[in-house]
Design a protein around this ligand. Structure first.
Ligand code: SAM
Ligand code: SF4
Length: 357
């Protein structure tokens, strides 16, 4: 893939900073939250994420197999201080070994002996069939992406007529105890930007936790325009027309990307709502993420323009200590912010679906 940095097998070797300890960076952050992409493929074609024909998918041999994924996740938890693992993609439910990978991950313990928190971000298709097995494998939580309550709009946004499957997936996840189920929604101007309050009413009634995500410049064709994006401010204004919103006490979100409000609505509806305002209220200073792509590249950020290879090193026989050094060295170089607002902002080398959202 163009623009990918492939450091020498000795990356980080000999540098005492990278021999032990967690994933620190030179700006004082520690990565505790690992996002693992299990595939770049998807069964939807959300038009802000993928073109109708899909993308040039990774060849199968390039993708980490289940054992390789488990080895790197184990390394991250055992040796690198990771405490939370979220599986994503592409669509992670397309990965046949998902339950096995989840079970192996939940069997891990952090340095303090605590269980690892495992979660999944999914479009929900097929979740109705697999929610029980995933819960049995130890999965704690799911985030299901759903941008609209209207089947016709869903078909227009995702280019597939699968709205009912997603709703069934959300309900099954809640029944399976993967609760509270979070629902991610991206509002798109002129398409579903009138649905903020409807989505919240539906989520509160169902006991789901709704999170709006500002659309980010991560589309494959680089057509994102800031002025088209529905901002956090607009979303909150639409919600306030119908709901009382009270910022969570202290409203410190820590490393969590969502700012959260307690909500009271008509008919006594209660719950919360989050807004992930990566563009208008960036939280890079508190970011605790490290990312692994489906082909075994470490990314320090969604917006990185370089990556650090672990797959080829692993396949060439690198031991765990060498892989851990590479991962620490990669994270040390994490940039302070994504600089979306900088005129020199460079579009990342991969679209969102190939990074792992
Ligand atoms: N396929 C799964 C899903 O849709 O949940 C996991 C991968 S998807 C890339 C993860 C999340 O990223 C989804 O909630 C999706 O709506 C969101 N997303 C995709 N492209 C985005 C963009 N350009 N800006 C903001 N969010 C985006
Ligand atoms: Fe697939 Fe998720 Fe991208 Fe939609 S947002 S095309 S479901 S990867």
């Amino acid at each position: 893939m163009p623009g990918i940095r492939r450091p020498s097998a000795a990356e980080g070797a000999g540098d005492p900073r990278f021999g032990a300890g967690p994933l620190l960076d030179r700006h004082g952050r520690t990565a505790r939250d690992l996002r693992v992409s299990l595939t770049d493929r998807c069964n939807l074609r959300c038009h802000y994420c993928m073109p109708p024909e899909g993308l040039p998918w990774l060849e199968q041999p390039a993708v980490l197999d289940d054992e390789e994924v488990v080895r790197l996740v184990t390394l991250a938890v055992r040796d690198l201080g990771v405490r939370e693992v979220r599986f994503t993609g592409g669509e992670p439910l397309l990965r046949r070994g998902l339950e096995r990978i989840v079970a192996a991950t939940t069997a891990l313990r952090t340095e303090d002996g605590a269980p690892v928190s495992t979660s999944l971000t999914t479009n929900g298709i097929g979740l109705a069939r697999r929610a029980d097995a995933l819960a049995a494998a130890g999965l704690r939580r799911v985030n299901v992406s759903l941008d609209t309550l209207r089947a016709d709009r869903f078909a227009a946004i995702t280019r597939r007529d699968r709205h009912a499957d997603v709703l069934a997936g959300v309900e099954a996840a809640a029944r399976a105890g993967l609760a509270p189920v979070k629902v991610n929604a991206v509002l798109l101007r002129g398409t579903n930007d009138d649905e903020a309050a409807d989505l919240l009413r539906w989520a509160l009634a169902g006991g789901y936790r709704l999170r709006f995500i500002e659309q980010m410049p991560l589309d494959p064709h680089g057509t994102w325009r800031r002025e088209d994006m529905v901002t956090a401010e607009e979303i909150l204004a639409a919600l306030r027309a119908e709901f009382d919103l009270v910022a969570r006490p202290g409203s410190a979100r820590g490393a969590a990307p969502a700012e959260t409000w307690d909500v009271t609505g008509p008919g006594g509806l209660r719950g919360d709502v989050g807004v992930i305002a990566s563009v208008t209220r960036p939280f890079c200073g508190d970011c605790d993420r490290t990312r692994l792509t489906a082909d075994g590249q470490v990314r320090t950020c969604l917006f990185s323009t370089s990556e650090t290879d672990l797959r080829d090193a692993m396949r060439a026989g690198a031991d765990d200590a060498a892989l851990a050094r590479r991962w620490r060295a990669a994270m040390w170089g994490k940039l302070p912010g994504h600089d979306i607002d900088d005129p020199g902002f460079l579009h990342p080398t991969r679209p969102m679906s190939a990074i792992g959202g």
